[in-house]
Design a protein around this ligand. Sequence first.
Ligand SMILES: *Cc1c(COP(=O)(O)O)cnc(C)c1O
Length: 397
Amino acid sequence: MPTNRSIIKSTEKYDAHNYHPLPVVLTRGKGAWVWDVEGNRYLDMLSGYSALNQGHCHPHIAKAIRAQVGRLTLTSRAFHNDQLGLFLKKICTMTGYEKALPMNSGAEAVETAIKTARKWGYFNKKIPVNKAQIIVCKNNFHGRTTTIVGFSTEKQYQNGFGPFAPGFKIIPYNDIKALKKSINRNTAGFLVEPIQGEGGVIVPDTGYLKDCYKLCHKNRVLMIADEIQTGLGRTGYLLACDFEKIRPDIVIVGKALSGGFYPVSAILCDDHIMKVFKPGDHGSTFGGNPLAAAIGIAALEVIEKENLSKRARELGRWFGEELFKIDSPIIKEIRGRGLLIGVELMKPARPYCEDLMKLGILAKETHEMVVRFAPPLVVEKKDLAWALARIKKVLKA
Ligand SMILES: *Cc1c(COP(=O)(O)O)cnc(C)c1O
């Protein structure tokens, strides 16, 4: 029988050590639960960084993937396929945007949004060639391409990977005055996370996003919301921006857009923006393939049919309140919305995550001092209650 230890050892012989996973080897998942190769069961409180809002191996998505995999998987965009239109219609109808452009990973969709905003700026604001500026926030996380890490403020994400692309201005998050000051004639877009997930679950003040939206509009700057982690139900709303009742010019989605089955991402915007793209301007071999589209449709149907946004809102409120009741000197702050919750500790969070693992809870530290609790949105209240007892035990120890 292979053990967690033996498999980790043989994996580490060949893998690049760009991750530091918890020492557990998972082999099976169902809903909010996963099992390791030794038969131990865990509650998944990371959910693939929110790619698994629908839970592991959701049967409705599994059925769609099985049906599509026997029919047609890839055409390339050189030809049409009969699934893409259905997928785009579904996501546009649900979110209220006129157009969607499909990609695969989240970072690719962020790159797509950057390209869109720049081209829009050159065409519509007559920004001089190669002078377009995109404003981004400190402590951001938008992915790992060289362009994107170029405007990260996390030194480790940049070290050894330069030189980086110009054209980005970094301002403090949750600081409307800084945004106002940094917008100029050449500003094409403002790229922002409604809640900074990787940054440690940083929730801006209520009203911040709305003020950003107003300021962007007054100055003809595209507001670009990166909802890759916060979107699709996670924060108790279909999009986290819905909380402030704003409709950004461009929304970026990914992660749960496939329910964890496959990389599927997209940008959403209206036609007057999307029309900057002409044939040949941008593309992806796999983006919008029929398998991804069929998966995307099913993943969105689950979010809708199972009322996952509402579930996240109600369970999140209760779970958050219960976490608040834990009286422990090592808890510094608890933040979040819906089922995206960060518990900031007074000490490094990694050992606490290891202790949680021993008790059957998989959570991961983010930003060293923060434990993120973001279970699949299909999680049962009794599972969360089970987890709470163990979280309490670990944080009180
Ligand atoms: C995960 C994430 C990304 C990057 O997505 P990948 O699929 O890993 O490329 C971008 N932005 C945010 C906010 C994310 O959480």
